[in-house]
Design a protein around this ligand. Structure first.
Ligand code: 5GP
Ligand code: ZN
Length: 109
């Protein structure tokens, strides 16, 4: 599949990997918007949260956030996930932005 994040998951495109297990992988964003800006993805291809995700993968994503921030040495962080083009999604492989190291204002809607 011609998906940049699938290629990173398969090791076909280089990335600065932070954490990896059999179901998820996290790596530094190529264009960081904060001192810490890491992306966590499932290795299986799902476009975004509108799609069904197996329970074990859902759990692995939550665990992957925890393992990633542990390796980064950060204890306070924000998780962002853009779902759909209108919400700012540019890469259509589910990912969570893990952002830290900047003064983050309260979330607004
Ligand atoms: P989105 O706007 O879809 O929520 O976020 C996509 C993110 O993926 C952007 O922050 C962008 O910088 C990052 N990105 C796009 N292509 C690559 C890539 O090839 N490698 C890495 N490490 N990040 C990428
Ligand atoms: Zn993909």
């Amino acid at each position: 599949m011609d998906c940049v994040f699938c290629k990173i998951a398969r090791g076909e495109i280089p990335a600065r990997v932070v954490y990896e297990d059999d179901k998820v992988i996290s790596f530094h964003d190529i264009n960081p918007k904060a001192p810490v800006h890491v992306l966590l993805i499932p290795k299986m291809h799902v476009e975004n949260l509108k799609e069904e995700i197996p329970a074990d993968v859902s759990y692995a994503l939550i665990r992957g956030i925890r393992e990633t921030v542990k390796r980064l040495g950060v204890s306070e962080y924000r998780i962002i996930s853009n779902n759909g083009r209108g919400a700012g999604q540019e890469v259509f492989h589910l990912h969570f932005h893990i952002v830290a190291g900047i003064e983050i204002p309260p979330a607004t809607v």
